[in-house]
Ligand binder design. Structure first.
Ligand code: IMP
Length: 187
């Protein structure tokens, strides 16, 4: 069985990746190496620079991921700033920004970009998106980040009201991981 290191400090992402990649002959091992998240307009650029940074000091195959929440009525905010916004004002800050906004105007999209890096190789990218809407209040205890306020299309529950397997069935990360798992199967 091959080992692939997941460069992340986020236990939620790790759990989702391990669950999704269970049927693949790959062992996912967490590696908590920091890397600078550059200020860029696209998640792909953040992931690309992350890979380049890690490749300079880590001599094994690895994956890393950048994700973001893009809210229509806020012109895509917080988007690439999702981590900073979560750290500063959190879910309640987003709910305040959308205070009084009708449910059909609360459309949002979660995006996930996984990058696979290996020594001496160009990075490969695997992208997943999930459309949905921002709820009126926080609901659920599962997951992490903005999960309590995001309802994916096709369901009435937030991600935080779903277990890992259910969230993976809908989520941006479930979709990018699906593509990654197809890639791993051919590796
Ligand atoms: P990053 O990929 O760790 O930079 O994530 C950006 C921000 O979005 C962080 O605050 C995460 O907590 C949040 N985030 C990323 N993925 C998800 C998700 O699947 N659900 C909820 N929040 C997420």
């Amino acid at each position: 069985m091959k080992t692939v290191y997941f460069i992340t400090s986020n236990e939620g992402k790790l759990k989702e990746a391990k669950t999704k990649l269970l049927g693949v002959d790959i062992e996912v091992v967490q590696k908590n190496l920091g890397y600078p998240e550059i200020q860029a307009n696209a998640l792909e650029d953040v992931a690309y620079f992350g890979v380049k940074h890690i490749q300079e000091k880590f001599n094994h195959p690895f994956i890393l991921e950048d994700a973001g929440l893009f809210i229509d009525i806020l012109d895509g905010f917080p988007g690439v700033y999702s981590a900073y916004v979560f750290y500063t004002v959190g879910c309640s800050g987003i709910l305040k920004l959308l205070d009084g906004v009708n449910i059909d105007k609360r459309k949002a999209c979660f995006r996930s970009v996984f990058a696979y890096g290996a020594p001496g190789k160009n990075p490969k990218f695997f992208i997943g998106e999930c459309n949905g809407r921002i709820s009126n209040r926080e609901q659920g205890d599962h997951g992490f980040g903005y999960d309590p306020i995001f309802i994916p299309n096709g369901d009435t529950r937030t991600f935080a009201q779903m277990d890992t397997e259910e969230k993976n069935r809908f989520s941006h990360r479930g979709k990018s991981l699906e593509k990654l798992s197809e890639f791993f199967k051919k590796l």
